[in-house]
Design a protein around this ligand. Structure first.
Ligand SMILES: C[S@@+](CC[C@H](N)C(=O)[O-])C[C@H]1O[C@@H](n2cnc3c(N)ncnc32)[C@H](O)[C@@H]1O
Length: 274
């Protein structure tokens, strides 16, 4: 399992949920709707669901009875996903959530048999190339659309700009591509690799930008994101910590005051089986 040392905090997922919802590419949902089975209960598998934000965003945008099977290996996050269930479907039909403690890299085709839709959010960049290949095969075997949202693409814009931004951004991207016991993480290369892998199997892949745009109204989130961004970069590049000391303090204070506009590039993919 790739990210065995990394735990995502419940608080962080909660604080970013609104920014994620605002960033997600809604027009892809329009493409999903007509491709759902016409009647009956739709089974949707959300892979690496965290606290279940994807379901809370998507379920009320889709019509009909929905059964969300939410998978995560983190029992604490999964408990939140099971408790904080999505509102009713777009037409008022019921939505139920079934939590499953799963290592998604070990799922097999039978686990997703009968799925109407597979979803994942903020996951692809955390995978190795082999794990992504496994996920692509899994989705292909499921034979239904897959909505894979909010993968980082390695584009960060900060306004006003600072001369050190580019060095920090490069070190952060290297950190995202770091070696782990399971192999090298894809980080910002995940989207291109996913598109290529799905298209090789004959699927159509729709790609949409889904950037976070954090301004004065999201000042605390921007400051928290910035702190994590610089922290990861400094962990990656020897000497950057000392060079970035004044920079970090200055930029965090600016972010907290709502005077740093942050754009973090993501992409959403909708995979349509052949
Ligand atoms: C960045 S969080 C995203 C959570 C959620 N999808 C969202 O968008 O809010 C990544 C999630 O992937 C889960 N995860 C990572 N690798 C996993 C694996 N191999 N099996 C199951 N869950 C995994 C983590 O526990 C975490 O909940």
């Amino acid at each position: 399992m790739t990210v065995e040392g990394i735990r995502v905090s419940e608080g962080w997922l909660e604080r970013r949920e609104a920014a994620d919802a605002a960033a997600r590419a809604r027009d892809l949902v329009e493409q999903v709707r007509p491709r759902l089975p016409s009647g009956g209960r739709r089974v949707i598998h959300d892979l690496a669901c965290g606290t279940g934000a994807m379901g809370r965003w998507l379920a009320p945008l889709l019509p009909g009875e929905q059964h969300w099977v939410v998978h995560d290996r983190d029992a604490d996050l999964l408990a939140v996903a099971a408790a904080d269930v999505p509102g009713p479907a777009a037409d008022g039909a019921s939505v139920v959530v079934e939590p499953r403690r799963t290592d998604i890299t070990r799922l097999c085709a039978e686990d997703l048999a009968g799925a109407a839709l597979v979803t994942a959010s903020a996951l692809l960049d955390l995978l190795t190339g082999d794990e992504l290949a496994g996920l692509i095969d899994l989705c292909a075997a499921a034979g239904c659309p897959a909505l894979l949202t909010l993968s980082v693409v390695g584009r960060v814009e900060l306004a006003p700009a600072d001369p050190l931004d580019a060095r920090v951004a490069a070190a952060f991207d290297d950190h995202q591509r770091r070696m782990t016991v399971g192999g090298r993480l894809l980080g910002p290369d995940a989207v291109a690799a996913a598109v290529e892998g799905f298209e090789r199997l004959g699927a159509e892949v729709l790609v949409r930008p889904s950037p976070w745009r954090l301004g004065a109204a999201e000042a605390e989130l921007a400051a928290e994101w910035f702190t994590g961004w610089v922290g990861a970069a400094c962990e990656q590049e020897d000497g950057l910590g000392a060079a970035a000391e004044g920079y970090t303090a200055r930029r965090v204070a600016r972010a907290r005051a709502g005077r740093l506009a942050v754009t973090v590039g993501h992409a959403d993919l909708l995979v349509l089986p052949p």
